[in-house]
Design a protein around this ligand. Structure first.
Ligand code: ATP
Ligand code: MG
Length: 572
């Protein structure tokens, strides 16, 4: 491709609202432009990379036995009502009406449409298993679109759905897709980890997120260095700590202390000169409309996902001040567990396991500006349920082997999910088994954020001058720069351009009438892994300059046989 005829509008500076390095570089290198918040235009260079990603995914899914389809981006309300998600999906679902008043939405995912498609033609076990996939535009009205195409509202996704007749086959297909994902992300050149993920309301333990390891990732991952247990921190289980088991004589008498104007744990801790871990923090939640009390150690954070699962709740939200005061009979910020049951006999108290480590703790005294010192479990309060409710953090240990967790950050680029019969039951996707019995199909779904993959690749591979593409994702194999636009240099560069292309090597040929500095800067910004420069200085010696994007220095190579040498380098 000749650059003078190509459309790569590079920028010296990134627009001010670009908030992450990959977004800055994608804008600067002319891959994308912003249309509106979370909505982007893709330019020719961006499309080439998108296609590279798409083709690798397609090759691996086809090899795994999946079949490609193409589904509409406008989906009827009727189907979403069948699955009940029209009510439950929330505000990310962009809903609208057509001219006749019929309800529709823009596809944020395609379980409903895909299940409905398969139901039309599949009615016997003989037609199963089946795994269909598509590439397509998704729209999710994200509350906070950010990080360029990484958390966009409109984005490009590959979504696959498996339909099986029994559990064994469903597990085999899950594994097959998991293995395909391992190959796909390896081919992208990623440093990544599959991690156990939260399964939300759906239940079961069959969900993995594929995380590209990068400091800028939105997700935190907990990794056990000993046994390898790896999970999204939002789902990481923690070994219960040893309880304190104090002797009766160690328990000091409870005592009220005045803590004027100190409401938060940190404020009270500073005022009383006590560490936060001595505090018993009392949280009030509303789970499906009912009040729930949670006790946490002062320095620990509640993992709401664990609580939601423990309660088997559909909706969980932190109590508003009024509800808090009504439930606890205490002013906001001063509620404690002592005497709570006497005041509110119906209330259920849940406590994180770490509460058992506190001796002579501090809690709210249920009075304004007052706390209680020397509060002790058993003597002063008794939770109904102890559980692992803590968000994993530094110092926590693996429940499988007791080693201390390491933490790293990741970008979720893919998600595999065993759905079971959630959609087939609600939508009636049944088949007849060998005995003519009607049964629901067992489903799995598998997503890859194609556009997010590109941003993740850049987060993982760039330097101060620009992008460094992993070869399999690079928009072109080689960048060729002619330092003169005319004469011998240009003629030789044209020859090399043709020779490389004749060998099936894709070339971005910078023959623009620009200063060498501009060309070099753009080449570094765009990040093609191999660069060849033809100039006046080396030409009389029959040589050219070669530089790998990752190398510090250029090398001088003979022009003769350059296409063969590059071909070997590319492993073609
Ligand atoms: P997240 O937790 O990041 O919101 P999700 O669990 O909602 O992701 P899935 O529904 O599993 O995501 O979608 C499959 C894939 O689509 C994700 O693994 C991710 O790569 C991509 N994806 C999801 N939301 C976005 C978005 N807003 N912008 C770009 N890609 C996205
Ligand atoms: Mg999401």
């Amino acid at each position: 491709m000749k650059l003078s005829q190509y459309y790569i509008p590079t920028l010296k500076e990134a627009p001010k609202d670009a908030d992450i390095i990959s977004a800055k570089l994608m804008l600067r290198a002319g891959l994308i432009r912003k249309t509106a918040s979370g909505i982007y235009e893709w330019l020719p260079l961006g499309i080439r990379i998108l296609k590279k990603v798409e083709n690798i995914i397609r090759e691996e899914l086809d090899a795994a036995g999946c079949c490609e389809v193409w589904l509409p981006v406008v989906q009827p309300q009727e189907l979403w009502e069948k699955s009940t998600r029209w009510t439950y999906y929330g505000k990310e679902l962009l809903r609208f009406k057509d001219r006749k008043g019929a309800g529709f939405c823009l596809a944020p995912t395609a379980e409903e449409v895909m299940t409905n498609l398969v139901m039309k033609d599949i009615n016997s076990y003989k037609q199963l298993p089946l795994c269909l996939y598509q590439f397509g535009t998704k729209f999710r009205d994200e509350i906070r679109p950010r990080f360029g195409v990484m958390r966009a509202r409109e984005f490009y996704m590959k979504d696959a759905y498996s339909f099986c007749a029994d559990e064994k086959s469903a597990a085999q297909w899950y594994q097959r897709l998991y293995d395909a994902y391992m190959r796909i992300f390896t081919r992208f050149g990623f440093k990544f980890k599959p991690v156990e993920a939260d399964t939300g309301n759906i239940g079961g333990n069959f969900s993995h997120e594929f995380m590209v390891l990068a400091q800028t990732g939105e997700n935190e991952i907990s990794v056990c260095p000993k046994c390898g247990y790896t999970a999204n921190t939002e789902k990481t289980e923690i070994e219960a700590p040893a309880p304190a088991n104090p002797k009766p004589e160690d328990l000091l008498p409870a005592q009220e202390v005045s803590t004027p104007d100190a409401k938060t744990i940190d404020e009270v801790a500073a005022f009383l000169k006590q560490p936060a871990e001595q505090f018993i923090k009392m949280l009030v939640y509303k789970a499906d409309g009912k009040a729930v009390i949670v006790l946490m150690r002062g320095n620990d954070e509640l993992n709401e996902i664990k609580l939601k699962k423990l309660l088997n709740a559909t909706e969980l939200e932190k109590a508003e001040p009024d509800f808090y005061e009504q439930t606890t009979g205490s002013p906001l910020g001063f509620a404690g567990p002592c005497g709570l049951k006497q005041r509110n006999a119906d209330i259920k108290i849940y406590a994180d396991n770490h509460i058992k480590t506190i001796v002579n703790g501090i809690a709210g005294a249920n009075k304004k500006d007052t706390h209680l010192k020397n509060v002790n479990l058993g003597r002063d309060f008794q939770p109904d349920v102890f559980a692992d409710l803590k968000l994993a953090a530094k110092g926590d240990r693996c429940p499988r082997c007791s080693a201390e967790f390491d933490f790293m950050r990741g970008i979720e680029v893919g998600h595999t999910f065993k759905l079971g019969t959630k959609y087939s039951l609600s939508m009636g996707a049944n088949f007849l088994d060998e005995n003519q019995q009607s049964k629901p199909m067992i489903m799995g779904c598998y997503g890859i954020g194609v556009s997010r993959v590109i941003a993740a690749a850049i987060e993982q591979s760039h330097d101060e001058n620009g992008i460094i593409w992993p070869a399999p994702l690079s928009p072109f194999d080689v960048e060729l720069i002619a330092l003169d636009t005319q004469g011998e240099v240009r003629q030789k560069a044209d020859e090399i351009y043709n020779a490389l292309r004749a060998e099936g090597i894709s070339v971005l040929y910078d023959e623009r009438d620009e200063r060498p500095g501009v060309k070099f800067k753009d080449a570094d910004l765009i990040g093609i892994p191999h660069r060849i420069v033809i100039g006046k200085k080396l030409l009389p010696e029959g040589k050219l300059e070669y530089k790998a994007r990752t190398a510090q220095k250029a090398e001088f190579w003979p022009i003769e046989g350059i296409e063969g040498r590059i071909k070997t380098l590319l492993g073609k």
